[in-house]
Ligand binder design. Structure first.
Ligand code: COA
Length: 112
């Protein structure tokens, strides 16, 4: 899923990219015992990864990212996916942003 936000002139001012967690499938297929393949299939079917989200600097702080994330959550909840997750580098300090959108944000180095 790739969603964009446009301003009144039709310019793209924000975007979000979310979808299946392909790397889980790829990693398990490379290792290949049956149990890992089953785990990978389950992960592929029921997990959604937030691959990226960005808003044009002059449109930040107006709720654009919140609106984009709400659309992603609505769509994947309807489709029966269990978990939406993502990651960011600890230096970016986006914990409060994601907490405000309802995500649990574990500390650096801590599994979710
Ligand atoms: C992070 C980013 C997507 C936020 O977009 P945005 O449209 O400005 O966010 P919103 O206006 O929807 O903010 C929603 C809430 O989060 C807060 N917030 C936004 N950016 C924040 C930040 N960097 N840190 C803490 N809180 C933040 C807002 O104050 C707002 O709070 P409120 O609900 O109390 O008013 C934007 O700053 C961006 O594109 N950054 C560069 C790319 C990036 O870091 N992407 C994420 C990579 S994982």
């Amino acid at each position: 899923m790739l969603l964009v936000a446009e301003n009144g002139s039709g310019e793209v001012v924000g975007c979000v990219h979310a979808g299946p967690a392909e790397h889980i499938m790829e990693t398990a297929m490379q290792n290949a015992p049956d149990a890992e393949i089953r785990a990978a299939l389950a992960g592929f079917m029921f997990l959604t990864k937030l691959h990226g989200i960005a808003v044009r600097p002059d449109y930040r702080g107006r709720g654009v990212a919140r609106a984009l994330l709400q659309r992603v959550v609505e769509a994947y909840t309807r489709s029966g996916r269990d978990l939406l997750y993502g990651q960011y580098t600890a230096t970016e300090d986006l914990g409060d942003f994601y907490r405000k959108q309802g995500f649990q944000v574990p500390g650096p180095g801590v599994g979710g």
